[in-house]
Design a protein around this ligand. Structure first.
Ligand code: SME
Length: 152
């Protein structure tokens, strides 16, 4: 079981150390990859000029641009909803950046009430993400939103 209290405190520490969002999000991606078992990709897509653009991440090189409404990330961002997908191959329009990915969790990020990007986690294990993971990782994204004063 992941200790989300500890994870949130660690994310807060990263944000206190450096408020510029690039190193803050880069280290958060690395921290998530280190902490959560069975991930093959952890990172961010940020909304730029009406589409998602690849942000800080760890994992294999990934798709750079994702149109809003496309794939798991674009669908989550367009609808401003958390998507916890047990089997990505059953998700219509899933974008396979890494063929190892089997399940995925995408959580939108906000600034001043508007979606500014998403946190994207991929796992090679089907049905990897539980409701408890979703709740814990929502706390992580809320921490990012609160601490990231330079996010745009
Ligand atoms: N699978 C995602 C694309 C991003 S990668 O997983 C890093 C999607 O369908 O949006």
């Amino acid at each position: 079981m992941t200790d989300y209290d500890l994870l949130v405190r660690q994310v807060e520490t990263l944000g206190e150390e450096e408020p510029w969002w690039v190193p803050f999000f880069a280290n958060t991606a690395a921290l998530l990859m280190e902490t959560l078992p069975d991930l093959n990709w952890a990172g961010f897509y940020m909304l730029r000029e009406g589409r998602l653009v690849l942000g800080p991440f760890t994992g294999k090189p990934a798709c750079i641009h994702i149109p809003l409404g496309k794939g798991v990330c674009g669908t989550a961002a367009a609808g401003d909803k958390v998507l916890r997908v047990a089997d990505v191959h059953a998700f219509p329009g899933h974008i396979a950046c890494d063929s190892a990915s089997a399940s995925e969790l995408v959580i939108p990020l906000h600034r001043q009430g508007r979606v500014i990007g998403v946190l994207d986690l991929d796992s090679p294990r089907g049905d990897r993400f539980t409701a408890a993971d979703e709740a814990g990782l929502r706390r992580v994204t809320e921490t990012l939103e609160r601490m990231c004063t330079t996010c745009i």
